[in-house]
Design a protein around this ligand. Structure first.
Ligand code: ZN
Length: 225
């Protein structure tokens, strides 16, 4: 299901500079995410086009309070991508909590992870994988099968995010220390896969640096548990 994106390369150094601002207050979080979005919008189109799909920019909203979206109410500390309106909803409060607990470097790293993950869902949308997923999900025989499909989708989004970050590492530096801090950066909700598998897919992204690293759809069940 990775299809034609398999062999594509993502971005190149110099196209995606890390936002200079540290996301330590609501305005700064907004500025950080807008800078990251610009960077993603420059880094992904070539890969999308090379794979034969049309690129257009997604909408993004940075929100600090609960409000309604076509995909349901936004909950505190939970960012998500909504395919109905092709909008990335980023909760600013989760970044401020990260800043409180881990400081500005931890908060920028977390915002980088979340922002590129949600954009990963948008890449899935642009390349037809999101629609294919939704069809498979609707046709799945039971909840266990649906849950596994959801984990494949989520693990792939994280992998695609880190392919982007790694491909742009000269201008978007992620230090070894930041990477070694994954213990607390991993998304700790079951539909995103076990912590070991999140690390497995992110490591593949870092090592292989191309979307082809992220074919969670063909992976055995144990790698998407
Ligand atoms: Zn996700």
């Amino acid at each position: 299901m990775l299809g034609r994106l398999d062999g594509a390369q993502v971005g190149s150094s110099g196209r995606g500079a890390k936002p200079q601002v540290q996301p330590t207050n609501p305005n700064a979080v907004n500025e950080f995410y807008n800078g990251l979005l610009k960077c993603l919008n420059r880094g992904w189109p070539a890969a999308i086009a090379a794979a034969g799909y049309e690129f257009h920019q997604p909408a993004m909203a940075v929100v600090f309070a609960t409000f309604n979206t076509p995909c349901g109410k936004s909950a505190p500390y939970v960012s998500f991508y909504c395919s109905s309106d092709e909008t990335i909803y980023l909760r600013g409060d989760e970044i401020l909590i990260s800043n409180r607990d881990y400081g500005p470097i931890g908060a920028s790293w977390w915002a980088s992870h979340v922002g590129t993950h949600e954009y990963g869902h948008y890449v899935q949308q642009l390349t037809g994988m999101m629609t294919a997923y939704q069809n498979l999900y609707a046709a799945a025989p039971d909840q266990a099968a649906k849950d596994q499909l959801e984990r494949r989708l989520e693990l792939q989004a994280s992998c695609l995010g880190h392919v982007f970050l790694t491909a742009n590492r000269r201008t978007y530096p992620i230090t070894a220390q930041m990477r070694s801090d994954w213990g607390w950066q991993i998304i700790k909700i079951p539909n995103h896969g076990s912590e070991a598998n999140q690390r497995y897919w992110i490591n593949r992204a870092v090592q292989l640096k191309r979307p082809g690293a992220c074919n969670t759809w063909a992976a055995p069940a144990a790698q998407v548990s």
